[in-house]
Design a protein around this ligand. Structure first.
Ligand SMILES: CSCCC(=O)C(=O)COP(=O)(O)O
Ligand SMILES: [Mg+2]
Length: 231
């Protein structure tokens, strides 16, 4: 595929799952790890303020202020099984994954084309950001303990569902405001058409990543690799 060239891009916001990182790493390594470790993590740390805050947030989503800890755990496991992007689940997953990364149980998967492109774009003066449903902590862990070492110095910032949900244009409008750049100078990279549609609605440029197993064929320009994006 011919490289796509776009000198008007001043910032890039990238999705993770299916864009920088194999969906299988998220679904077959990270989610099962959280599923296995979350119950005891919660039982052992329920009183810790950061954990207690998230347990309360789960009860709020459940609309059951009296839900027992075991009911909260069952709800969280159901959310993992059904891949629900619920903010307190994402926060708790990040806390549990920290231990897995720090013990060396896994490293954050990156497609081989990702790190060289990120380094090149950052060196060229393009500001790099992440926007994922995974918590900011989980994003920093994935790039901090990545297959390519610690890539966090390459990024200028991170956004998660606290800014809004990834299929809603308002989330991208808030990101544009946070970056304080013209929307059309920001390029959003994702594999998910609904996310690209929402970013486009907010005025951003968009590019769909078509990795193995993802479907192309949308209104958005698409590439198979970060190596095909020349700025
Ligand atoms: C930040 S790594 C874990 C990713 C995750 O939890 C997730 O739900 C994937 O969300 P994305 O928005 O990157 O598709
Ligand atoms: Mg994705």
């Amino acid at each position: 595929m011919a490289p796509m060239s776009n000198p008007t891009v001043r910032a890039i916001v990238t999705d993770i799952e299916g864009t920088t990182t194999d969906i299988n790493f998220v679904h077959k390594v990270l989610f099962p790890y959280a599923h296995a470790k979350l119950p005891d993590f919660l039982r052992e740390n329920a009183e810790a303020p950061a954990v207690a805050e998230q347990i309360q947030a789960v009860r709020d989503v459940m609309q059951d202020a009296d839900a027992s800890l075991e009911a909260v755990i069952a709800t969280l496991l159901h959310w993992i099984d059904t891949d629900q992007k619920v903010t307190p689940l994402k926060a708790l997953q990040g806390m549990v994954w920290a231990d897995g990364y720090q013990r060396g149980n896994f490293t954050g998967h990156l497609y081989a084309d990702v790190a060289p492109a990120l380094r090149q774009w950052q060196a060229a003066g393009v500001a790099l950001y992440v926007y994922s449903s995974g918590s900011v902590q989980a994003q920093k862990l994935l790039f901090g303990y990545s297959d390519e070492g610690d890539l966090t110095p390459l990024f200028s910032g991170y956004f998660d569902t606290h800014i809004g949900h990834k299929r809603e244009a308002v989330a991208y409008q808030r990101i544009v405001e946070a970056l304080d750049l013209p929307a059309e100078s920001i390029l959003f990279l994702s594999d998910v058409v609904e996310e690209l549609d929402a970013a486009k609605q907010a005025g951003m440029q968009t590019l769909q990543l078509v990795r193995e197993g993802t479907q192309a064929g949308t209104a958005h320009a698409c590439v198979e690799s970060f190596a095909d994006i020349a700025l």
